[in-house]
Design a protein around this ligand. Structure first.
Ligand code: HEM
Ligand code: HEM
Length: 204
């Protein structure tokens, strides 16, 4: 890996983002090890999935900055994110002795959104399975299924806003709202990039 100066700036920016979240967490109500594994894990997990998603329209730039494929960098953050958003409910279910915490609830609109992390978890898993079997299914299908990650970010964000302890901290609320909005903008931008690419291919 041949990291350029811009690559180091970018790494600095990402380290800064994690540190910023850590500081906001610590100045809030950090609690004990249980809270770390439930709350800090998901704050970092959501952030990692955000980074995995946000770099997708910048494949060339990522390659130039790190001298390695976009996919390698995407993997680092997606795998960290995947592990941390799994640790979050696992720790919660173990501590509260509530395996039913993994079952999505559709009792009412508000109950669904309060607990929207539950379906979010499965959407992330489906998106990962789609990637693993992508050579066996059509391109369109795996891409649509992988796109469920964005739905998971929507679910995870509103679930955090509604029941998250740290979301009472304005700094966390602003930071995560910014990450959420940027993710959605990047999704639209990526679709636009693909549209332009297809138009060029058709010779329009
Ligand atoms: C959770 C773990 C994840 C894994 C294991 C993963 C894995 C992958 C892999 C292997 C590819 C490349 C597939 C190929 O081109 O053959 C890919 C592409 C992509 N991933 Fe992920 N990813 C993960 C999470 C995410 C997240 C959270 C987002 C967005 C929020 C995301 C958005 C994308 C996009 C937009 C592409 C490019 C698809 C395209 O070329 O149209 N991924 N991912
Ligand atoms: C079975 C799955 C899940 C369960 C049972 C669950 C449960 C919980 C609980 C109980 C809290 C409140 C913690 C507290 O403030 O003390 C919480 C917060 C949160 N959850 Fe989940 N969750 C799940 C999945 C997810 C997923 C997949 C995401 C992200 C994609 C997510 C994102 C969040 C966020 C951002 C918070 C706020 C954390 C904070 O304020 O520090 N959750 N979750």
């Amino acid at each position: 890996m041949n990291i350029t100066k811009n690559g180091y700036y970018f790494i600095g920016l990402l380290v800064g983002l994690y540190l910023w979240i850590l500081i906001l967490y610590l100045v809030g109500n950090p609690g004990d090890l249980t809270d770390y594994s439930i709350r800090l894990a998901v704050l970092f997990g959501f952030t990692s999935l955000f980074i995995a998603g946000v770099i997708t329209p910048f494949m060339k730039q990522i390659y130039k900055m790190f001298g390695t494929s976009f996919l390698n960098i995407h993997h680092v953050f997606s795998v960290i994110g995947l592990i941390l958003v799994t640790v979050h409910p696992l720790a919660f279910a173990i501590v509260t002795n509530a395996p039913e915490a993994f079952i999505p609830k559709f009792d009412s609109w508000i109950v669904f959104w309060n607990l929207a992390g539950r379906p979010a978890l499965y959407l992330i898993y489906i998106s990962v399975i789609a990637v693993l079997i992508r050579k066996k299914i059509s391109q369109n299908i795996w891409r649509i299924l992988h796109g469920l990650n964005y739905v998971a970010l929507v679910f995870g964000y509103f679930h955090g806003v509604l029941i998250g302890t740290d979301f009472q901290n304005l700094g966390i609320m602003i930071t995560f709202t910014a990450m959420f909005v940027i993710s959605m903008e990047v999704l639209i931008y990526r679709r636009y990039q693909k549209y332009i690419f297809n138009q060029k291919k058709k010779g329009v």
